[in-house]
Write a protein that binds this ligand. Structure first.
Ligand code: UTP
Length: 226
């Protein structure tokens, strides 16, 4: 199977510094998965990036400058994962299709962060999955799945177990893209998912046992997006 893993910056760098213990467990897990599958890893920006964006926004820069900060922050986190994968990793953070093609060719583990402004790393993951002709995208974040409202704000929020890509797109399209906020999926990613029809599962990326179950589609907790 070809799998693209999107690992949220929110779990790589939950409190402004990388969680090295988690990163070590994650890379061990990913290398185990790689024995029987081809994989690509995309890493998100996390708290530090969001803090940079929030404080720099007070200076009234363009949204694209703030997005660029997000892109760089995600690449920093990607470097942490790359370091932990050691010799198994393609030795540079992949930034575009040409580099992705070369990375895949080497059969090393490709690690990506952000690419272009106006989206999130979920969109990077879906675009990479399309290029890679992946069968599955695993989106690991710090909530258990897609909720009907923000579970960090509303206790009554309910997790959705299965959602059609059209419905997900309808859910997120009302929100205009702004750099940095914690949204479960951006419009670009949702649109691409709808177009590519690649199966995606959004789950809590801190629970690696559960992630393993999701890969084999056996009794996992998370949201299946099809
Ligand atoms: P993400 O929102 O993808 O980070 O990127 P994240 O930490 O993974 O989010 P969680 O953990 O899944 O919730 C951070 C910001 O970087 C910019 C956007 O502003 C985005 O909100 N970005 C990222 C881009 O503009 N382009 C990219 O390709 C990636």
């Amino acid at each position: 199977m070809r799998i693209v893993f999107k690992i949220g910056g929110s779990i790589i760098c939950p409190r402004g510094v990388p969680d090295i213990n988690y990163v070590k467990k994650l890379s061990k897990f990913l290398l185990e998965i790689k024995r029987k599958n081809d994989i690509i890893i995309v890493v998100g920006g996390g708290k530090m990036t969001k803090d940079y964006i929030r404080s720099t926004r007070t200076l009234n820069p363009s949204e694209s400058l703030l997005d660029s900060m997000g892109i760089l922050g995600a690449r920093m986190n990607a470097m942490v994962v790359m370091a932990s994968l050691g010799k198994h990793a393609y030795p540079k953070i992949v930034k575009n299709k040409e580099e992705l093609e070369h990375g895949i060719f080497t059969r090393k583990v490709v690690v990506m962060g952000g690419t272009v402004p106006g989206q999130t790393t979920n969109a990077v993951a879906v675009a990479a999955a399309q290029f890679f002709r992946a069968n599955l995208i695993i989106i690991g974040t710090d909530v258990k799945g897609v909720y009907d409202k923000d579970p960090r704000k509303y206790k009554s929020a309910k997790m959705i177990k299965n959602i059609k890509t059209q419905d997900l797109y309808r859910m997120v399209k009302v929100k205009k893209h702004v750099a940095g906020p914690l949204i479960v999926m951006d419009q670009v990613a949702a649109r691409l998912l709808e177009k590519t029809k690649i199966r995606a599962i959004l789950l809590d990326g801190r629970n690696l046992e559960n992630m393993k179950k999701a890969i084999s589609c056996k009794g996992f907790t998370g949201t299946s997006i099809e």
